[in-house]
Design a protein around this ligand. Structure first.
Ligand code: AP5
Ligand code: MG
Length: 224
């Protein structure tokens, strides 16, 4: 089987985590979401969490060197030998360069960067209604994807809460950070022929179907 080395790119609230859950179940890829890794570190009060916390609360990016170390270690681990799914990394050009260098050292290359595109208005709508479970971070939306029992996770029964950085003012700042620092990655990967775009305003199942179809085509092309 050919390697699937994938990046999920998109603004806050685009549905990266929502699609990742489906793709992990399709392809069994190890999944590295830098936001989730950082939130776990904050909860544990580890050294990484203590350094990252203030940046995250403001909606700013944590420094590149801090997050690059974490990701390179994982991409280089035995479980990621046959592929990986990155969510929320890279987010800056220096992060993309670090990843490219790490893969080159391992004699591997990216399969594709999957861009999930949604408007700023849709981001605000989605993040103001997002609720996550306290235990594992399973994600819901008050209107678009409500849990069966109001206020509790369908999967593990733990209470649903709002993420600290999902207050509207912080979401607006995260959007600005995306436009200023992360959007240049779109052109970066487009120039390298690695970008695949998806209309994130469609339903989660439709977006998933489009991504699966694209990945199937990419794999067929690789095998030819
Ligand atoms: P991170 O956790 O990565 O946050 P983000 O990129 O802002 O993205 P989100 O997780 O908010 O959104 P998502 O795209 O996963 O959407 P979701 O599927 O949940 O990063 C958090 C912070 O960590 C950053 O601000 C930064 O400080 C730091 N950080 C992380 N990585 C870093 C890096 N590489 N460098 C530096 N700093 C870093 O969906 C959102 C909502 O919409 C949900 O309620 C969902 O149910 C709903 N929904 C999803 N899809 C649809 C759909 N198609 N239709 C309707 N509703 C939908
Ligand atoms: Mg996410």
């Amino acid at each position: 089987m050919t390697e699937l080395n994938l990046i999920l790119l998109g603004p806050p609230g685009a549905g990266k985590g929502t699609q990742a859950e489906r793709l992990v179940s399709d392809f069994g890829l190890p999944y590295y979401a830098t936001g989730d890794i950082l939130r776990a570190a904050v909860k544990e009060e580890s050294e990484l969490g203590q350094e990252a916390r203030a940046y995250m609360d403001r909606g700013d990016l944590v420094p590149d060197d801090l997050i690059c170390r974490v990701v390179v270690e994982r991409v280089d681990s035995p479980e990621a030998r046959d592929g990986f799914l990155l969510d929320g990394f890279p987010r800056t050009i220096p992060q993309a360069d670090t990843l490219a260098e790490a893969l080159e050292n391992l004699d591997r290359r990216l399969t594709a960067t999957l861009l999930i595109d949604v408007s700023d208005e849709e981001v605000i709508r989605r993040l103001s209604g997002r609720r996550v479970c306290k235990e594992k971070g399973h994600t819901y939306h008050l209107i678009f994807d409500p849990p069966k029992n109001e206020g509790f996770c369908d999967q593990d029964g733990s209470p649903l809460v709002q993420r600290d950085d999902d207050r509207e003012e912080t979401v607006r700042h995260r959007l600005k950070v995306f436009h200023d620092q992360t959007k240049p990655l779109i052109e970066h990967y487009e120039k390298r022929g690695l970008l695949r775009r998806f209309d994130g305003s469609r339903s989660p199942d439709e977006v998933h179907g489009h991504i699966r179809a694209t990945l199937a085509t990419l794999r067929l092309e690789e095998e030819l």
